[in-house]
Design a protein around this ligand. Structure first.
Ligand SMILES: NC(=O)c1ccc[n+]([C@@H]2O[C@H](COP(=O)([O-])OP(=O)(O)OC[C@H]3O[C@@H](n4cnc5c(N)ncnc54)[C@H](O)[C@@H]3O)[C@@H](O)[C@H]2O)c1
Length: 367
């Protein structure tokens, strides 16, 4: 099959949909891969690495899209790319169509087969192509939280690991899912004093077991949150209730009880945020002070570490992309239940229930 990897055009996006290692895997399976010139540069992956792996480098986006049967991307197509969509094309990428009517219409009108990373689901309900970005964001949360605590950033001037004879900083993590567990491992690893709270006792038991007691696990309820948060130097929130806005566990009055110069990293900001005092920020201007507490609310945290994020994402997507190429789109959909769940649009109709609920009245839907 002819595979295409265009350069991402969305602003602040430096990831790329395939690593040179991924190219080598497609080539070994007998497929052809065309990569747009410079597509990997933002992730520190120069064209030569792709050539060495067996890819053809193409000078412009039209040359990649036009000759491909399967296009692999990271972010949804931008309006400047809508003209490349066509019926005999399959697209595998993050799409978030329930929030994007113009793109949904463009895909329906073009008849493109659109498979979304974020809806690919395993039988246990997990979302394996979202998990790697939560893992990256969770690990990064400790790094940016430590930066927020530096004096010149408005922080308390706390070094999280402490020093000989000096207490370490206290980190309180809300949520022990993928992002929270990842944050917890880094925070414990650098020697901070860490508490993690969740409503799921199995997640707390898991954290206790893998960190061999080097973390304090606490059941998440109002009383415990009100006890932990005021003592924290850094609060990292990763709470998620699937399909709902993040619960406001950090009320303004609770944030006011935190020490001046403490920090809140609200990873769940992309679901509205867990602190009443949180608002979305950007990598260009990531922090602000409110209630004397430094707040960090970047909605696309993994974008700042594109090399790691690209490898983490493509590790997760590659086996599904190979299945699509090896069996053909129809064959792969017949074979794989997770890929059927990823199918959002095909033959001019909406297949995914959530997308149909959003736009099904104005566009043809199967779901
Ligand atoms: N800002 C970013 O750049 C970025 C990047 C990736 C993910 N995220 C966001 O991070 C959040 C977490 O993602 P995830 O993959 O770790 O989700 P997850 O489902 O793996 O984990 C969420 C956890 O929150 C727990 N939880 C629910 N209600 C709770 C409560 N009241 N108190 C404590 N814990 C509670 C759940 O039991 C679960 O363990 C999501 O909102 C996701 O969108 C943000």
């Amino acid at each position: 099959m002819n595979i295409g990897v265009p350069r991402e055009v969305k602003s602040e996006e430096n990831r790329v949909a395939l690593t040179p290692g991924g190219v080598a895997a497609f080539v070994a399976h007998g497929h052809t891969v065309r990569v747009e010139k410079g597509a990997g540069l933002g992730s520190s992956l120069p064209d030569e690495l792709y050539v060495d792996a067996g890819a053809e480098i193409v000078g412009d986006a039209a040359g990649v899209w036009g000759k491909s049967e399967l296009v692999l991307k990271v972010k949804e197509p931008m309006p400047s790319e809508f003209g490349y969509l066509r019926r005999d094309l399959a697209l595998f990428t993050y799409l978030h169509l329930a929030a994007d009517e113009p793109l949904t219409r463009a895909l329906v009108d073009a008849g493109t087969t659109a498979l979304a990373y974020e809806t690919l689901q395993l039988p246990d309900g997990s979302l394996p192509l979202l998990a790697p970005m939560s893992e990256v964001a969770g690990r990064l949360a400790v790094q940016v939280g430590a930066w927020c605590l530096e004096r010149q950033n408005g922080g308390r001037g706390i070094l999280l690991p402490g020093a000989a004879g000096v207490r370490p900083g206290k980190v309180v993590i809300l949520g022990a899912g993928m992002a929270g567990a990842s944050a917890c491992q880094v925070a414990v690893g650098i020697g901070a004093e860490v508490s993690i709270l969740d409503i799921d006792p199995n997640r707390l038991r898991y954290m206790h077991d893998i960190l061999r007691g080097h973390v304090t696990t606490v059941m998440s309820n109002r009383a415990n949150i009100e006890e932990e948060v005021p003592a924290a130097d850094l609060v990292i929130s990763t709470v998620l209730i699937p399909g709902a806005r993040a619960p406001k566990l950090l009320t303004r009055s609770l944030v006011e009880t935190m020490r001046p110069g403490a920090a809140v990293v609200d990873v769940a900001i992309d679901q509205g945020g867990t602190a009443e005092t949180s608002r979305p920020t950007t990598h260009g201007d990531p922090i602000y002070r409110e209630c004397d507490v430094v707040h960090y609310g970047v909605t696309n945290m993994p974008a700042i570490v594109p090399h790691t994020s690209t490898h983490a994402l493509t590790n997760a997507t590659l086996s599904y992309a190979l299945l699509l190429a090896d069996l053909g789109i129809e064959g792969a959909l017949a074979e794989s239940e997770p890929l059927r769940r990823a199918l959002n649009i095909g033959e001019g109709r909406i297949y995914h229930a959530g997308v149909a609920e959003a736009w099904g009245e104005s566009m043809p839907a199967v779901a």
